[in-house]
Design a protein around this ligand. Structure first.
Ligand code: IPM
Ligand code: MN
Length: 367
């Protein structure tokens, strides 16, 4: 009997549906090659869900996600929904919370054929291979917040006295479980964790640092652990990114540093991510919905396809199939094939593929 997996697919907005289609073609081919079956349940999230049912996170989607072995998400958002009260991003945050996906993995490595498309010098980025382990269900994103009109301050300097706050709170429990994940991950890599915080200023960071060190000393003495303040980490990422193996950090710092780190690889269009926790794991590209090129059939499907590789590796325990996809992408790039976004100035026009053609190339290179 071949293995069967149920996947909740969430194409979302913008280029989402186009790139999802290619990722699922790749997955179907993997099913043939590795004798397993994938069943898809497509649901709404984000802007398209606001349009259809006036809710970025419909109950039906939540139920389907909870009933699946994995969630494969493309992207949400777009100008169209920027000014409404309901925003597409609320769907994404609700998905993470509902799946209790507290651990976000964002690997960054260099695709040698694309090394010149980074704005950083090739010598600085060659060989970089790092993993950001970002806490995903705590901190400012989900903390207490409020916007109010402050009576006392009202009218001062001609303002109306509005005041708003967000809070960054972390419990020992939340810190320990994400730190554990980072240490385990480091053991499978180069055994080096850099914990990023702002312990010179923030209480939440002081606790973060304490808990990470206690866990490291007690259970992971074999893993090298160092701390870096988030401002210094931002600098080190562009100065000497090869320093990093596993970067462990809280939600907001991880959000900012992961966009910065993506530029090391040259293109946000190549990066995949996994969000894991106690319920259904989520896999998605790091990039957004690129509404400016949606519907033209020119979007780069590679990050979505690489998200499928992460799904095979982290949710379905199929490392060979995951390798097969990653190697296929490598091979296609080595042969000089590109999508429009990856093509630098003076690129050979005859090597530029559209979304479906890129899907075809990857499928043909699968082993
Ligand atoms: C990301 C995104 C989201 C985040 C937004 C869309 C809410 O930027 O996945 O990094 O901030 O987490
Ligand atoms: Mn982000």
């Amino acid at each position: 009997m071949s293995k069967k997996f149920r996947i909740c697919t969430l194409p979302g907005d913008g280029i989402g549906p186009e790139i999802m289609e290619q990722a699922l073609r790749v997955l179907d081919k993997i099913g043939e090659l590795y004798d397993c079956e994938f069943e898809y349940d497509e649901e709404l999230i984000g802007g398209c869900a606001i349009d259809a049912v006036d809710n970025p996170w419909p109950e039906k989607t939540e139920k389907a996600a909870l009933d699946s072995d994995a969630v494969l998400l493309a992207a949400v958002g777009g100008k169209k929904w920027d000014h409404g009260e309901k925003r597409p991003e609320q769907g994404l945050l609700a998905l993470r919370k509902s799946m209790n996906a507290y651990c976000n993995l964002r690997p960054v490595s260099i695709f040698e054929p694309l090394i010149d498309s980074s704005t950083l010098k090739p010598d600085v980025i060659r060989g970089v291979d790092l993993m950001i382990v970002r806490e995903l269900t705590g901190g400012i994103y989900f903390g207490r917040r409020n916007t109010s009109s402050d009576v006392e301050g009202a009218g001062v300097n001609g303002t109306k006295g509005w005041r708003a706050y967000d809070t960054m709170e972390y419990s020992e429990y939340e810190i320990e479980r994400i730190a554990r994940y980072a240490f385990e991950m480091a053991r499978k890599r180069r055994s080096h964790v850099t914990s990023v915080d702002k312990a010179n200023v923030l209480d939440s960071s002081k606790l973060w640092r304490k808990v990470v060190h206690e866990l490291g000393e007690a259970e992971y003495p074999d893993v090298e652990l160092d701390d870096m303040l988030v401002d210094a980490a931002a600098m080190q990422l562009v100065k000497n990114p090869g320093f990093f193996d596993v970067i462990l950090t809280e939600n907001t710092f991880g959000d900012i540093l992961s966009d910065e780190a993506s530029m090391i690889s040259g293109s946000l269009g190549m990066l995949a991510s996994a969000s894991l926790g106690s319920k259904t794991p989520i896999f998605e590209p790091c990039h957004g919905s690129a509404p400016d090129i949606a519907g033209q059939g020119i979007a780069n499907p590679l990050a979505q396809i690489l998200s499928v590789a992460m799904m095979l590796r982290y949710a379905f325990d199929m490392p060979e199939a995951a390798d097969s996809i990653e190697n296929a992408v490598d091979e296609v790039l080595k042969a000089g094939w590109l999508t429009r976004d990856l093509a630098g100035e003076g690129a050979d026009e005859s090597k530029i593929l559209n979304t479906v053609e890129m899907g075809d190339k990857v499928i043909a290179a699968l082993k």
